[in-house]
Design a binder for this molecule. Structure first.
Ligand SMILES: [Zn+2]
Length: 392
């Protein structure tokens, strides 16, 4: 289909994009060849999956739609709430821009879909979902005689924001550092909502809670009858800054998507940090692959324990170790040719049946040196294999 003849486009609609695609420049990729064909690829062929349609995701959708991408699919687990302005924006702006944009209410899994996406963009606030997606893309890689088939690589552009801080990164599975390679950068999540409210209130709800729980009892303004003014102050100070973080990170991610899809410029290598906590600070560094990354290294993971260690200790290691950070690991072992579930938390009846194993030692469970343990967890679509190394 001729792009200019498309009824959705008016004359010169994509001139801003053509400037990047149809002429050389001092910063273009060394192999870039200006072409009038490139725009057609962006408009008609390139399929992008955006995961997350919250504050960051909606900014991403807007930027991508305005950059010429039309095949944008959105996955979001949340439903649209009347108070959620971000998602309402989708209906006001997103749909007219991009007729093929799917409503975030439609939730589907990559595995069930026949779609082959060219690029995945994450605008998530969940590390678990990110890790799962990362693992998914690694599982889709194909090898021939041990050599990676480059056409099986689906780039992952990952954006993350937390209040006044953000990051954008480009991940090429099995080529650059993956999410799990740098897991130590994410501190294990702290389950003290009060802390978030007191130190980093970033949502209107946090701000209101901040005032209600902390500021109000302390100040007792207006004789303790109304808190509207104080609340407004906090909201006015914090919300614009958080919105800016989302806008900047979304812009960085969309730029990377454009670079990746058009091959016009060298992609980000590979981690951008952005911080507006105190002034503005940003830099880029190359996150390195971790040799024994549990997601992308294909190296069996060692578990070192004395035979007297209890299964509970192994479980704690899997959840607390900074480079594993599993959530509810299920451990199975093949013993005498049979699969045996040592512990499984997510199904109540099995949890009850396997719970006594937690107090047993590895010796009592007849686990010997070199025993393979298969661990399944919500942080990965694939089972992670560990090798037990008994220490004496
Ligand atoms: Zn990795």
């Amino acid at each position: 289909m001729a792009v200019d003849g498309d009824s959705r486009d008016w004359d010169g609609r994509w001139n801003h994009v053509k400037k990047f695609l149809e002429r050389p420049g001092p910063f273009t990729h060394p192999d870039f060849e200006p072409s009038i064909e490139s725009l057609g690829f962006l408009l008609e062929t390139c399929k992008i999956l955006v995961i997350g349609a919250g504050g960051l995701g909606c900014e991403l959708l807007q930027n991508l739609a305005l950059s010429g991408f039309r095949h944008i699919h959105v996955v979001d687990m949340d439903t649209i709430d009347i108070s959620n302005l971000n998602r309402q924006f989708l209906f006001r702006f997103g749909l007219p821009f991009s007729p093929l944009l799917l409503c975030p209410l439609i939730f589907y899994f990559m595995m069930d879909s026949n779609l082959k996406f060219h690029i995945i963009v994450c605008g998530l606030d969940s590390i678990i979902a990110r890790r799962w997606m990362n693992g998914m893309l690694i599982s889709l890689l194909s090898y021939e005689d041990g050599v990676l088939d480059p056409s099986s690589i689906i780039p992952l552009i990952d954006g993350g924001t937390e209040g006044f801080k953000g990051n954008a990164r480009v991940i090429l599975p099995d080529m650059t550092a993956c999410i799990d390679c740098t897991l130590e950068l994410y501190p294990p999540q702290i389950h003290f909502p009060m802390c978030t409210i007191a130190s980093m209130p970033r949502l209107p709800e946090h701000c209101v809670e901040y005032v209600r729980m902390l500021q109000w009892p302390k100040d007792e303004p207006f004789g303790g009858t109304t808190m509207n003014n104080t609340t407004l102050c906090v909201v006015k100070r914090i919300i614009p800054a958080v919105a800016s973080t989302n806008a900047v990170i979304a812009a960085a991610c969309s730029t990377e998507v454009f670079k990746m899809a058009s091959s016009t410029y060298i992609p980000l290598n590979n981690y951008l940090v952005f911080n507006i906590v105190d002034g503005l600070y940003t830099y880029t560094f190359e996150a390195e692959r971790k040799e024994n990354c549990s997601a992308c290294s294909q190296v069996p993971q060692d578990l070192q324990f004395p035979p007297s260690a209890k299964l509970q200790e192994v479980l704690e290691y899997l959840t607390e170790n900074a480079s594993l950070q599993m959530k509810s690991p299920a451990i199975t072992a093949t013993l005498e040719g049979k699969n045996k579930t040592l512990y499984l938390q997510t199904i109540a009846s099995i949890e009850e049946r396997t719970r006594p194993n937690l107090c047993k030692t590895l010796k009592e469970l007849v686990l010997s040196d070199g025993q393979e343990l298969a661990v399944a967890d919500v942080t990965t679509p694939q089972t992670v294999l560990f090798k037990l190394k008994l220490t004496f």
